[in-house]
Design a protein. Structure first.
Length: 143
């Protein structure tokens, strides 16, 4: 995997008044905002810094979590040129690369958002596994 770095540059979390018996909806959004070339001390390798924004909105007007950051990616010179050229032309990246970036951003951002939501007493935005008495766990995970 050519992802070699990740940073958050901005973190905001806000909880507003949550009225009793209000069913909350959580809307999330991820945007790649830009791509910058990054100099790397690796021969025949160039880097790209993908800047992103990630947000969670708790509706109706109950709170929000907002993250900005970047993913550092490395690739050979030819591939970097192709990515930059396509971005400048269409503001898009190849679907395979986009999937890799979005999955990585979601992993890091969802973990950070779970922590932040707990810190400010907002409900967790993704379902968490639960153990129920009398039911046998049939989920097997091999990682």
């Amino acid at each position: 995997m050519p992802i070699i770095g990740f940073d958050f540059n901005k973190i905001q979390a806000e909880r507003k008044e949550i009225k009793k018996n209000t069913k909350l909806e959580v809307h999330n959004r991820i945007n790649l905002t830009s791509i910058e070339e990054e100099k790397l001390p690796i021969p025949n390798q160039r880097g790209l810094r993908f800047l992103f924004k990630f947000s969670l909105e708790y509706a109706p007007n109950a709170g929000s979590i907002y993250l900005e950051g970047n993913v550092l990616y490395t690739e050979d010179n030819k591939k970097v040129e192709e990515i930059l050229k396509e971005w400048k032309k269409t503001k898009k990246v190849a679907p395979e690369l986009m999937a890799q970036l979005i999955n990585f951003i979601m992993l890091k951002s969802n973990i950070k958002s779970i922590i932040l939501s707990q810190d400010i007493n907002l409900p967790v935005h993704i379902p968490m596994p639960k153990v129920e008495p009398g039911k046998q766990n049939t989920n097997n995970y091999i990682g």
